[in-house]
Design a protein around this ligand. Structure first.
Ligand code: NIG
Ligand code: FE
Length: 396
């Protein structure tokens, strides 16, 4: 196995508070990292680095842990730019457009879906994402949900069964039958391909009782719960997430103090999706309120064709700093270690000895530039498990 030294790192963010400046970001200057067997084998001052087989000199650039995008709808067909334009002209977002994507996704060939997902994943990788969660939810038949999860599994182990995204048109007159399908035959077919179960528990989607029924069945089938909640209205998502000990409740635009307290008490991560708020022109949640209450906050793209056709975690970080009230340090932590917490992963989101060697190289002197220079393509290299994925070797 070849060992590699990545050296001459001007600023290294480890998200390991036991090293460097002692902050949550664990920052070292003039640093180096040794990668061996796909994991971080050594972290320290460049001047003290051990000898390795190969060396990469970053000429003073900044290194951060690879971004953990813990909420995406990666596999779908079609696009909804007309809906976006209508929204920007004053139409509200209701979730009604999901049916458009369901129809396009059902009609697409597996090859078309695979190619479309690969293109999005390549954008994510180029912008520094090294772990992605991917949900089903645009199939909503047994065969189509299985197909979406099988395709998702080609890219990630973090696959989520979201048969309970909305009630599809053919079941609108009998939603009980659809809930039973999701919790029964569809779950049984999908569980072998998924780690997580998710429900869109919100106004116009699924209510608390339906959500509980589906989560109970999912847990019995060996899946771990996470929820979409409190996006469109103040509903029960956060409280049900706390009740079930879900890993995360995502969106969190409409929270009461009792919701915030329940999340803190149950240790449920609040995953905020500011790109969805940006693209739906929705008021942003208050991240400070969550942090002050002791809730762990994560950031993710929510990449989907309706509310957030966004693949860039640097954009999400910039929005979180400008609009959610996070400092640049808190936002970077939420996009790396926070995402790892939302996925209950201790092997990613940090650059500590033993962590996966997943990292992004920024053409900037400091991670603060992620928020300070929104829109600039600062990520110049992405490494996953010690292998450089982006840009491909020889390109630069
Ligand atoms: O996370 N809120 C539910 N699902 C997606 C949007 C889906 C769509 O509009 O296609 C979300 O925002
Ligand atoms: Fe979502």
């Amino acid at each position: 196995m070849t060992s590699r030294l990545i050296t001459n790192i001007g600023e290294l963010v480890t998200c390991d508070p036991s090293v460097g400046d002692g902050s949550a970001l664990g920052i070292l200057r003039d640093a180096a990292i040794v990668i061996d067997g796909g994991v971080v084998a050594w972290v320290g001052p460049a001047a003290a680095a051990p000898a390795t087989d190969e060396v990469t000199d970053l000429e003073g650039r900044c290194v951060v842990p690879g971004f953990v995008d813990s909420h995406t709808h990666l596999v779908f067909a079609g696009e909804r730019s007309a809906e976006f334009a209508a929204r920007m002209a004053g139409e509200p977002y209701t979730g009604g457009g999901i049916a458009t994507t369901v129809a396009a996704t059902r009609a697409a060939s597996t090859g078309q879906l695979r190619a479309a997902a690969a293109k999005r994943l390549a954008e994510m990788t180029a912008s520094g994402t090294t772990t992605v969660e991917a949900k089903s939810g645009y199939g909503l038949t047994v065969a189509d949900e299985v197909r979406l999860l099988e395709l998702s599994r080609e890219s990630t182990a973090e696959t989520t069964f979201l048969g309970a995204h909305v009630v599809p048109q053919e079941y609108l007159r009998d939603r009980g039958a659809y809930v039973d399908l999701v919790a029964g035959e569809m779950l049984a077919a999908c569980a072998p391909h998924a780690r997580w179960i998710d429900v869109f528990c919100d106004q116009g989607a699924f209510d608390a009782e339906e959500t509980r029924h589906i989560l109970r069945a999912g847990i019995a089938a060996g899946l771990e719960p996470r929820l979409h909640g409190n996006q469109l209205a103040h509903g029960s998502g956060a409280l049900v997430a706390a009740e079930f000990g879900a890993a995360s409740v995502d969106h969190c635009n409409h929270l009461m103090d009792t919701d915030v307290a329940a999340l803190a008490c149950a240790g449920v991560v609040a995953t905020l999706l500011p790109a969805a708020d940006f693209c739906t022109r929705t008021p942003y949640p208050d991240a400070r309120r969550l942090l002050d209450a002791g809730v762990t906050v994560a950031l993710a793209t929510d990449c989907n064709p309706g509310t957030s056709y966004v693949t860039s975690m640097p954009l999400v970080i910039a929005l979180a700093v400008r609009e959610l009230g996070l400092t640049p340090a808190e936002a970077l932590w939420a996009a790396t270690a926070g995402g790892a917490a939302a996925l209950r992963r201790s092997d990613i989101g940090t650059l500590a000895v033993g962590s996966g060697a997943d990292l992004a190289v920024l053409d900037a002197p400091s991670y603060v530039h992620l928020a300070y220079r929104p829109g600039a393509p600062l990520v110049v290299q992405t490494w996953q498990d010690g292998t450089r994925l982006s840009p491909p070797r020889g390109v630069r």
